[in-house]
Ligand binder design. Structure first.
Ligand code: NAD
Length: 323
């Protein structure tokens, strides 16, 4: 049987580097492309191009043949401290917009028809996420659009770009809206880390009786999806025949940020207190709505948050020791 070939854009990043491993396990030949190699592990890719995907010629070098599958995960992104301050808006829109326009166009020209695009729950309208207890993220609630960040607007634009190539140019697109993916080998310091990794780091560095800081009152809610389940969702979406998406890939286990921090403390066995400080927050409440994924893929993520947090805490605890 002919070996299937996949290209993973953003293969030096958190989800991309895990996805490369998963595809290798499934027997694919994999090329990765990114500005950098994975930070915390060797890449499992057969071939890895270091290059800037804002540059059309790098995209041409990366897609130099008809790949069976292209996974587009490269983006200028980070946690709330990067996305919600407003200071990086121009870069986020320009960089990620260019990457998506380039990759999709070259994929089409090189007859790499099947392309996965990683959108984000950040594209949902702010007005549906003002209440911590009952946020609305059904896929068809996306319009009229009103994301609370330029990051979300770029994702929405790019979703539409991919859908337009599907309609006009015969591409075979799949789109997922990820909801807060976390796990080992994810960014845990430096300002681009997300809440689960940030609290694991703060707790790992603290001693009993210490105080850790948290942006906001901690009553804002989110759900967090463990990396393995995200990969399962991506692969299931790619393997089925006739459903393009966009579809949520997220957990329905919603917690407050206070609960998330307390979970990290409990896993570590440390007694700490929380000092609430002003900071960039994002929407008041968000949870994944998994009705559509259940209906279309006959599957939904169900990995317990606590179990994922245990793995993540243990990994970050090790990283902190080597600081
Ligand atoms: P990440 O930052 O770890 O990975 C993104 C990778 O893209 C990085 O390695 C980065 O170097 C690379 N990249 C950025 N600009 C590039 C360029 N010009 N040329 C080449 N490579 C470039 O992020 P991640 O958490 O792995 O997220 C992957 C995708 O999933 C992103 O598109 C992100 O927007 C989306 N997403 C992630 C989450 C999450 O919770 N992690 C949630 C929603 C959506």
């Amino acid at each position: 049987m002919k070996l299937k070939k996949a290209l993973v854009c953003g293969a030096g990043g958190f989800i991309g580097s895990h996805l490369v491993k998963r595809l290798k396990k499934e027997g694919y030949w994999v090329r990765g492309v990114d500005l950098k190699y994975p930070e915390y592990d060797e890449t499992a890719a057969d071939d890895f191009i270091i290059g800037d995907l804002r540059c059309y010629s790098v995209c041409q070098r990366s897609i130099d043949q008809a790949f069976d599958e292209v996974y587009q995960l490269a983006a200028d992104m980070g946690g709330a401290g990067f996305v919600f301050t407003g200071e990086n808006d121009a870069d986020i829109m320009h960089n990620s917009g260019l990457i998506n326009m380039n990759i999709l166009d070259v994929a089409w020209k090189r007859k790499s028809r099947k392309v996965f695009y990683s959108s984000s729950a950040c594209m949902y309208p702010e007005h549906n996420q003002m209440e911590p207890d009952n946020p609305m993220t059904a896929e068809d609630s996306a319009y009229p659009a009103n994301p609370d960040s330029e990051y979300g607007w770029e994702k929405l634009f790019s979703e539409r770009l991919y859908l337009a190539y599907q309609r006009n140019k015969g591409m075979n697109i799949r789109i997922a809206r990820f909801h807060n993916i976390f796990g080992p080998l994810g960014t845990w310091d430096g300002g681009k880390e997300k809440a689960p990794a940030a609290f694991c780091r703060k707790v790992a560095l603290a001693n009993d009786g210490d105080v850790i800081e948290m942006w906001g009152d901690g009553k804002q809610t989110r759900s967090f999806l463990y990396i393995d389940e995200c990969l399962e969702g991506i692969r299931r979406l790619m393997m089925q025949d006739d459903f393009i998406g966009p579809v949520n890939i997220g957990s329905e286990e919603m917690v407050s940020i206070n609960e998330l921090a307390r979970m990290a403390m409990e896993i570590a066995g440390k007694k700490l207190s929380i000092h609430h400080i002003p900071g960039p927050l994002g929407v008041r409440g968000r949870n994944s709505d998994n009705r559509l994924i259940k209906e279309k893929l006959n599957w939904e993520p169900n990995y317990p948050l606590h179990k994922g947090m245990e793995f993540t805490y243990r990994w970050i605890e090790e990283q902190v020791k080597h600081m």
